[in-house]
Design a protein around this ligand. Structure first.
Ligand SMILES: Cc1cc2nc3c(=O)[nH]c(=O)nc-3n(C[C@H](O)[C@H](O)[C@H](O)COP(=O)(O)OP(=O)(O)OC[C@H]3O[C@@H](n4cnc5c(N)ncnc54)[C@H](O)[C@@H]3O)c2cc1C
Length: 394
């Protein structure tokens, strides 16, 4: 699929995931033509949920997409952490009025396809954006005054710059950063989505609930205005497979959850086919820009999902990058440097803290006792203070 646009040389984007689409839209809002290449035959996101902190809504409001994203989302009243062996409540963080009063933006959960679809529609409504599927970016040449991208069919395309939004296994990152393959965390995520009517009434909860177990955790929450229910089960495993959509063995998962409370096991039993992600991240870097080429989203700073922030960070990146392009009046190398400078410490902090949260969720023995001792007495305001560095930004 291609949509025509005329005018001057465009900015080129590789990758049409959440990061690529919102970047295209944010740049087009600044009046810049954009040409986006997606390797898949269609624009789509896998069927799973995504949590959206108040920080993403702060930047979406700037580009007029906040309400569109919220329209399909679910607003959970609270986030709960429970002990998966005893069922005991460890902590409950309200996400409604008190939370809104503190951060000035909501907390929401949505289907990945819904937020991706909103960004896609926004791009399709702009005559400055050309969207092209079944087109893989295989290489590029920075020629000083422009960038030439080579596509998989051998075609060369010129642009004023290249923004690589090509995800965790980014080919362009190999050229710019050259830090090899992502780090395999040793954690694996299984996910499934149920229809509301397939969730037993006594198990349905409007909250985001996290069951913390020894070397496991299990999260569930409603999606799509409450019509669907999202389940994610995470456990330690040295299995490795690239990509986000392999089928996961039920038997292997079951071994890790068999000692957990009936509420967890009854939910896990409801899913027929699990899809699996091998969780990876990278060490933070500060050199993800070179001349007229830069990285964005998971290509720049892939993180574990334990703070539920990868898509939020990609969206913050996009809107800040577009602001820098506007501020430097078309000096794209300068804009990319300014964007990287503003982003690298914030995203590095999320990369590092996501690992720490993962350790906490999966704690055993004394570490688990310590976690419970630290979290249980917290008031909502103390919980908000602890996460204000993230939710209060960017
Ligand atoms: C289990 C799990 C749960 C998560 N939960 C949350 C959450 O609750 N909240 C949150 O904010 N984030 C969450 N995330 C993180 C979030 O999903 C990612 O950070 C986000 O999707 C990254 O978007 P992206 O556009 O940078 O990369 P991707 O989504 O990986 O998109 C990259 C795109 O580039 C395309 N591509 C790749 N190579 C090429 C090429 N050479 N040429 C052209 N196209 C190419 C791909 O086909 C793909 O469409 C979670 C992640 C996982 C694994």
């Amino acid at each position: 699929m291609a949509k025509a646009n005329g005018g001057s040389l465009p900015i080129l984007i590789s990758g049409g995931g959440i990061g690529g689409l919102i970047t295209a839209y944010a740049l087009a809002r600044q009046g810049l033509p954009v040409r986006l290449f997606e390797q898949s035959p269609e624009f789509r996101e896998v069927g799973a949920g995504i949590q959206l902190g108040p920080n993403i809504f702060r930047v979406l409001e700037k580009v007029g997409l906040k309400e569109a994203v919220l329209a399909d989302a679910h607003r959970p009243p609270a986030q709960e952490m429970r002990d998966a062996l005893t069922g005991r409540l460890i902590t409950r963080i309200p996400l409604a009025d008190e939370f809104y009063a503190r951060f000035g933006q909501p907390y929401a959960v949505t289907h990945r396809a819904d937020i991706h679809g909103t960004f896609l529609e926004a791009c399709q409504s702009s005559n400055l954006i050309t969207l092209e599927t079944s087109r893989r970016v295989d290489g590029y040449e920075d020629r000083g005054d422009r960038v030439t991208v080579t596509l998989d069919d051998g075609e060369d395309v010129d642009g004023t710059a290249l923004i690589a939004c090509d995800g965790m296994w980014s080919k362009i990152r190999e050229r710019i950063v050259g830090d090899g393959k992502p780090r395999v965390s040793g954690h694996i995520a299984y996910r499934g989505v149920l229809k509301r009517e397939d969730v037993p009434e006594d198990l349905w909860r409007p909250d985001v609930v996290l069951w913390a177990g020894p070397r496991t955790h299990f999260v569930h929450y409603p999606l799509r205005r409450g019509e669907l229910y999202n389940l994610v089960a995470v456990f330690h495993s040295d299995h490795y497979e690239e990509g986000w959509n392999a089928e996961g063995s039920k038997d292997i998962m079951w071994q890790h959850f068999k000692n957990e409370v009936p509420q967890v096991k009854r939910m896990l039993e409801r899913i027929e086919t699990w899809r699996m992600w091998v969780l990876c991240d990278r060490e933070p870097v500060k050199n993800w820009t070179k001349g007229r080429v830069t990285l964005l989203g998971d290509a720049a700073h892939p993180m574990l999902q334990y703070l539920a922030q990868g898509a939020c960070m990609a969206t913050e990146d996009a809107i800040i990058l577009a602001d820098k392009v506007a501020a430097t009046r078309g000096d794209l190398p300068a804009a990319f440097q300014a964007y990287q400078q503003e982003r690298y410490l914030r995203t590095a902090r999320v990369q590092i803290m996501a690992r720490v949260y993962g350790e906490f969720y999966h704690a055993r023995g004394v570490t688990a006792e310590l976690r419970d001792l630290m979290l249980s007495p917290r008031t909502p305001q103390q919980s908000y203070d602890g996460i204000a560095w993230l939710y209060g930004g960017p």
